[in-house]
Design a protein around this ligand. Structure first.
Ligand code: SMG
Ligand code: MG
Length: 369
């Protein structure tokens, strides 16, 4: 297959509430949206980059530049026989994995629509519904936190993740655990601690947490292995696992007991599935992380999470948790059992609301072969 046309957009879609982590605050989705056209069909993908280089090194501006100058021209010149070929085509591009993933997702969607197969089917998914939770940002005080968590619990979420940082870790976690003794609970530090905090972090062992996510540096594996030796709670790596090699290194060094897989962080679904398979082989559970995606990126995450070793609930909440209105006509809704249904229509299975997408598009460019 030769890609005939590529449309790139940068969007700005405000969140219903700002999202605060240990190091920064996001007020809107600033993704890059990719549309590929070939053989009378189209495919959509989302590169869920932030507005600044806070989660990883990519930003909406860097993704925009790399996509326009390199990724789009390379794809127009290349030829695809299957979606996995995008991964191979971009193998010589260093880093910039979220930008690459935006194109790779779109290729999976395009191939799926042409073949009449859902993305979950194509990937080898085995579930019709995927278990999900909600990620709760840093709050101004414990009273507000309990109110926010109570709202999500009432909405039906059975797993909650708390963002933590020094000064906002032990006490907020204790407060939520005391109020909801049976809630599936986990925490995420987004790389704010160092090994010097090992004894402090060990206090979290008292709260029966599923996991402690990415406590140490975003590019570290070695210190996480040392820290894991000093904690009972499993460490889960997020930022550190940017490729299947990084996953292999982390598994070999026993740096984590669990892996958060975000297909966007690792360059796409091909790499994500490889990590899933490797972790399954090692007996390490995985779960699907989130980057506050629109329905376009969320659909890819949901399909991926239908694979068998995604055995913990994902950060894949319903569309209304993020946006007043999503850019798809069939937004994701929470089932009463704290799951999202896996789309069964061909490709990613969502219908893009183009008029609304146009209204949140800040800049657009089209490439034709
Ligand atoms: O998509 O619900 C979501 C957000 C999940 O907490 C979440 N993501 O480190 O795992 C993480 C963060 C990164 C968010 S960057 C704004
Ligand atoms: Mg994380």
């Amino acid at each position: 297959m030769k890609i005939e046309q590529i449309e790139l957009r940068r969007i700005e879609l405000p969140f219903v509430t700002p999202f605060e982590t240990s190091g920064w605050r996001e007020v809107a989705n600033h993704s890059l949206i990719v549309r590929l056209c070939a053989e009378g069909a189209e495919g959509w993908g989302e590169a869920p980059v932030g507005v600044g280089p806070w989660y990883n090194e990519e930003t909406q501006s860097t993704a925009w530049a790399i996509a326009r100058e390199y990724l789009a021209p390379m794809l127009l010149e290349g030829e695809l026989h299957r979606p996995e070929d995008v991964d191979a085509l971009y193998a010589r591009v260093r880093g910039n994995r979220m930008a690459r993933a935006g194109f790779e997702f779109a290729a999976w969607d395009l191939f799926g629509r042409l073949a009449g197969r859902s993305l979950s089917q194509m990937l080898g998914g085995t579930r019709e519904r995927v278990a999900v939770g909600v990620s709760v940002g840093v709050q101004p005080d414990i009273e507000s936190l309990l109110r926010v968590v109570a709202g999500y619990v009432a909405a039906g979420y059975r797993r909650v993740k708390l963002k933590i940082k020094p000064g906002w870790d032990i006490e907020p976690t204790r407060a939520v655990r005391e109020r909801w003794p049976d809630l599936l609970l986990q925490v995420d530090a987004n790389s704010i601690y160092s090994l010097d905090h090992a004894a402090h972090l060990a206090q979290l062992d008292a709260f029966n947490l599923l996991l402690i996510e990415q406590p140490l540096a975003h590019d570290d594996i070695i210190d996480h292995a040392k820290l894991q030796g000093r904690l009972k709670t499993p460490i889960c790596l997020d930022e550190s696992i940017v490729s299947s090699d990084h996953a292999r290194w982390a598994l070999e060094l026993r740096a984590c007991g669990i892996i958060n897989i975000k297909p966007s962080r690792v360059g796409g679904l091909t790499a994500a599935r490889r990590i899933h398979d490797m972790a399954a082989e090692a007996g390490v559970p995985v779960w699907c992380g989130g980057m506050l995606e629109t329905g376009i990126g969320r659909a890819a995450n949901v399909a991926l999470a239908s694979l068998p070793n995604f055995s913990l609930p994902g950060d894949i909440s319903a569309s209304e948790r993020y946006f007043q209105r999503d850019v798809v006509r069939n937004p994701f809704t929470l089932n009463p059992d704290s799951t999202l249904s896996v789309p069964t229509a061909p490709g990613i299975g969502v219908v893009v609301d183009e008029a609304f997408l146009d209204s949140v598009t800040v800049e657009r460019v089209t490439f034709t072969r």
